[in-house]
Ligand binder design. Structure first.
Ligand code: PRP
Ligand code: URA
Length: 205
């Protein structure tokens, strides 16, 4: 697990944890976090050399070898898409619909849209909350079954239980997070956490 530590990250997380934050504040600060997390999570992206023509001459430059595929886990992962797209030219979005059954806490997959012709691209799984790890493991199983080979997971708040589970079942997948919290409560919510990330983004409390 890579715990991304930056003063701006700590400031933005504080805002989204606050139960008084409005839906718009939550969305804006989550987007800012996504932009900040994109840099460490993508620092090994491969590029190819290109030449660019300026108004005066030509200059050597670089372009992405493979555009990353962003895989937001619905609903909460949607809140990280805009920030990542802001900083990645040509990023592609492949949505993955999944919810956690409230009784069993097991993930239920209800939608997918895998980019069949782009298996060799880097895949960035986006989900702000890594709680029991059930959703992330299920999403990673799915991406690998479809043929993705280069995958990383970006979360915002992780519980130790979820990190352990992902690292034991998918040791090849780097996990980036902005905060490692204490533990889960009896309903599988992260403590101190921020509550239900989907509800807080979309106002469905
Ligand atoms: C949340 C969150 C993760 C999942 C994490 O989704 O976005 O996908 O829970 O929990 P886990 O690590 O225990 O699997 P939720 O089921 O609340 O769906 P929603 O985003 O549609 O509200
Ligand atoms: N999903 C959330 O949205 N929040 C949690 O604390 C755990 C799972």
């Amino acid at each position: 697990m890579i715990l991304v530590n930056h003063p701006l990250i700590r400031v933005h997380i504080t805002v989204i944890r606050d139960r008084e934050a409005s839906v718009d504040q939550f969305r804006l600060h989550l987007t800012a976090l996504a932009r900040l997390l994109a840099f460490p999570a993508l620092e090994d992206l491969q590029t190819r050399s290109v030449e660019v023509t300026t108004p005066l001459a030509t200059a050597p430059g670089e372009a992405l070898l493979y555009e990353p595929i962003l895989v937001p886990v619905l609903r909460a992962g949607l809140g990280l898409v805009e920030g990542f797209r802001d900083v990645i030219p040509g990023s592609i979005v492949s949505h993955l619909g999944m919810y956690r059954d409230h009784e069993t806490l097991r993930p239920v997959r209800y939608y997918s849209n895998f980019p069949e012709h782009r298996k060799s691209h880097p895949f960035i799984l986006l989900d702000p909350m890594l709680a029991t790890g059930g959703s992330a493991v299920n999403a990673l199983d799915y991406l690998k079954e479809e043929g993705a080979q280069n995958i990383r997971l970006v979360s915002v708040i992780a519980a130790p239980e979820g990190v352990r589970r992902v690292e034991s079942e998918h040791p090849d997948v780097p996990v980036y997070t902005a905060a490692l919290d204490d533990h889960l409560d009896e309903r599988g919510y992260i403590l101190p956490g921020l509550g239900d990330a989907g509800d807080r983004q979309f106002g469905t409390l």
